[in-house]
Design a binder for this molecule. Sequence first.
Ligand code: GLN
Length: 483
Amino acid sequence: MHQLTLAEIARGLADKKFSSEELTKVLLARITQLDPQLNSFISLTEELALEQAKAADVRRANGESGALLGAPIAHKDLFCTQGIRTSCGSKMLDNFKAPYDATVVSKLAAAGTVTLGKTNMDEFAMGSANESSWYGAVKNPWNLEHVPGGSSGGSAAAVAARLLPAATATDTGGSIRQPAAFTNLTGLKPTYGRVSRWGMIAYASSLDQGGPLARTAEDCAILLQGMAGFDPNDSTSIDEPVPDYAAGLNGSLQGLRIGVPKEYFGAGLDSRIADLIQNSIKELQKLGAVIKEISLPNMQHAIPAYYVIAPAEASSNLSRFDGVRFGHRCEDPKNLEDLYKRSRGEGFGAEVQRRIMVGAYALSAGYYDAYYLKAQKIRRLVKNDFMTAFNEVDIILGPTTPNPAWKLGAKNSDPVAAYLEDVYTITANLAGLPGLSMPAGFVDGLPVGVQLLAPYFQEGRLLNVAHQYQLNTDWHTRTPTGF
Ligand code: GLN
């Protein structure tokens, strides 16, 4: 039963092959048995899950239907869940029980999902390896000595290990797409504003976006349908109608114009990954797509710009965790300054402290123009490159990451080496565009992802292309040994 996708679960529940309660019990037992190897959950919510599963079974018995009614999922532990610990992977919030549900959580609950737990993540979503979590590193089910990617590494490892069919995640600079690539999943970062950020603990507010992580594009379509839509509580949420994503999966790819940026294939890309990306291009050509070489000339400036803008926003967002308004409070403070210093020094881990310092520096008087303002100008150039490219092509295709998942600890002493691995993903966040990563093969037994980017609000196009590709390839069906 644990091998079923969301789409198959919906059919099984509708045909009364099993109940949501039965399925939930199977998955909870599987998590208890296998997760100690992976560390993909921070909290399990067994009682809530069984309650929600029973309620979903009653709703179905009363004639209700819906692709998410009775579907077990988990939430990345930065989505606020009422009365349940919402830790953001940090000691700072270890004892924080959110007083309300994030919009994503309440929308999915209303659609009938069953919450199995809260998944592990890099502290405050800062990282690409899920090693900065206060709750310990997450392991990659494809090779337990390797990282699962981050920051949504817990959601990715759990879904890849078949502990559950799908999970929510967030992507500020790649944290849905990169872990999807490292664990052989399909992950979608929607257009900025498509999914509400209300109740999603902020890292970098102008870049953060929630989205689905699942095994197939079809399942991403199902989960996104439950997450997307206008929310008056989020001032950057956009009031655009949400299309029927499942209905759009079967469009023909005949004549689809795919742009392949020449900058994506420069030095730094593992040549075995480059070969797998060429294979996926050939698959899409067989389905009728037309390939065109394009250029994104400002891509080389994106990493420095992102690693100024994201820490700048983080330094401002994280100022609320001061031991008074929010977060861990030190014992016995001598005075107010001591309270701030020790509460923040004890509550935040090294990577978060590094980002707060970089961000505060970049925003300070005298440096603002040289760093922050410059980075914002680069951000506009990156966006303009995409706008020019999308005049000529319908989607952009390339690798999701330059290398496969690295060994645990391999980049711990060199944060910049880890930042450089974000080269292909962060541009979509800087521009606010939707992006998807899907399985494209393996290198040394580790999964490789191919990334697709589309114009604003064209999530449906990404899902359509990925679904057609998955009907003709079987990479996404491979299961890690031992799970
Ligand atoms: N690796 C990037 C960072 O550390 C992206 C993280 C994310 O998308 N949350 O900022």
